[in-house]
Design a protein around this ligand. Structure first.
Ligand SMILES: N[C@@H](CCC(=O)N[C@@H](CS)C(=O)NCC(=O)O)C(=O)O
Length: 357
């Protein structure tokens, strides 16, 4: 097993894991590959819902994995689906597990792979190869792993979160069964929103940042800001609550949050998405973001800024050669009653103008 593992982990690939755009791709456009493991947890199916059977591998740095951590918390699945976060530093062999010597790894469960039989595993790729020795795709988080069969159920976050919505409901107390993140009357709108939010915003920041030509970068960044404007307008029209679709948290909040909470902190400078930032350029998105962060524990408690900042700035050496992590913005997220000085000034001015007779 060990010999096989070593052989497999030194598996050579045509392009390096850290070549986000293939060096011979003249377009300079980042093209995200399809996730390869697409099974579903289902009652009576190959992967039935069971307590402690599935293990979720994430990185606190990763926006896609972050979706699964938020939904796990919102649905009260903490005692049913354990998780491990990898270390934030992603290098040539991909994500690695933390070791006892690691510093600067705050957050719950940033640890070596805790599963029985995985004692020798050092990298996430070891799990992929143990599930499929011939695997040729990328080694991505989130990864939902079945401890009973040693198979990977899914490595597609949009599908993992949907399994969490209702498949485990029989094992949950009433309070959590009633949490419905994909309600029937909003499904169509959520799906429509997902489509452009995914391509222009969630993946748009990556398409901006990983681009290796001016044209590819500008195309992505212009579309990204058009779509942020669209979100800002949408939020100005929501009347009955603080969430994306009003009164209740839905999938739309989860999927947008994981990009927006990283926006000022990393993307503005590291991915050059700097037409505006959220805190000074998008008041409604900023308000929506801070409400989720400060008032809903599932969001704040799964957001680890050290992992987020260090991962991007120290792992992407093709963008940031010396791996220097910028100090700001400070604080990474403002309190709800705080504004950047220019916004505070504008608000005060508006306030005094409206009070004048
Ligand atoms: N479509 C996947 C994307 C996941 C993904 O790309 N995760 C990144 C981290 S943010 C990753 O693990 N990348 C490692 C690699 O591509 O080698 C999902 O939503 O689950």
């Amino acid at each position: 097993m060990r010999g096989q593992l070593l052989e497999l982990t030194s598996h050579s690939q045509a392009t390096k894991i850290t070549d986000w755009v293939a060096p011979n791709d003249k377009s300079g456009e980042f093209k995200r590959g399809q996730s390869q493991f697409r099974n579903f947890i289902k009652k009576g199916g190959q992967f039935p819902p069971e307590k402690d059977r599935y293990h979720l591998y994430v990185s606190y740095a990763c926006p896609w994995a972050h979706r699964t951590l938020i939904v796990r918390r919102l649905k009260g699945l903490e005692d049913i689906i354990p998780f491990t976060s990898v270390h934030w530093h992603m290098q040539e062999l991909g994500w690695r597990f933390a070791t006892p010597e690691d510093r600067d790894v705050p957050g719950e469960n940033v640890e070596k792979d805790p599963l029985k039989g995985h004692e020798k595993f050092t990298h996430l790729r070891d799990i992929y190869f143990s599930a499929d020795p011939d695997y040729t795709g990328r080694f991505t988080v989130p990864t939902l792993y079945d401890t009973k069969t040693g198979q990977i159920v899914s490595n597609e976050s949009s599908e993992i979160i949907r399994m969490f919505y209702s498949e485990f409901d029989d094992l949950l107390p009433e309070k959590y069964k009633n949490v419905d993140l994909f309600p029937a009357d909003l499904r169509k709108e959520i799906e429509e929103t997902n489509e452009w939010t995914y391509s222009d915003i969630n993946n748009g920041v990556y398409r901006s940042g990983f681009a290796t030509s001016q044209e590819a970068y500008e195309k992505a960044v212009v579309q990204l800001f058009k779509s942020l404007d669209r979100v800002e307008k949408h939020l100005s029209e929501v009347k009955d609550g603080p969430y994306y679709f009003g009164r209740n948290i839905t999938e739309a909040d989860v999927r947008l949050y994981t990009t927006i909470v990283r926006f000022d902190v990393v993307y503005v400078q590291h991915f050059k998405t700097n037409v505006r930032d959220i805190r000074s350029g998008y008041p409604r998105i900023h308000k929506w973001l801070r409400n989720l962060y400060w008032n809903v524990p599932a969001f704040k408690e799964t957001t680890e800024f050290t992992h987020i900042k260090n991962h991007y700035t120290k792992s992407h050496t093709q963008i940031n050669k010396f791996s220097i992590t910028p100090v700001g913005p400070e604080p990474p997220i403002l309190r709800e009653d705080e504004e950047v000085p220019a916004v505070a000034y504008a608000l005060a001015l508006r306030h005094s103008n409206t009070r004048r007779p």
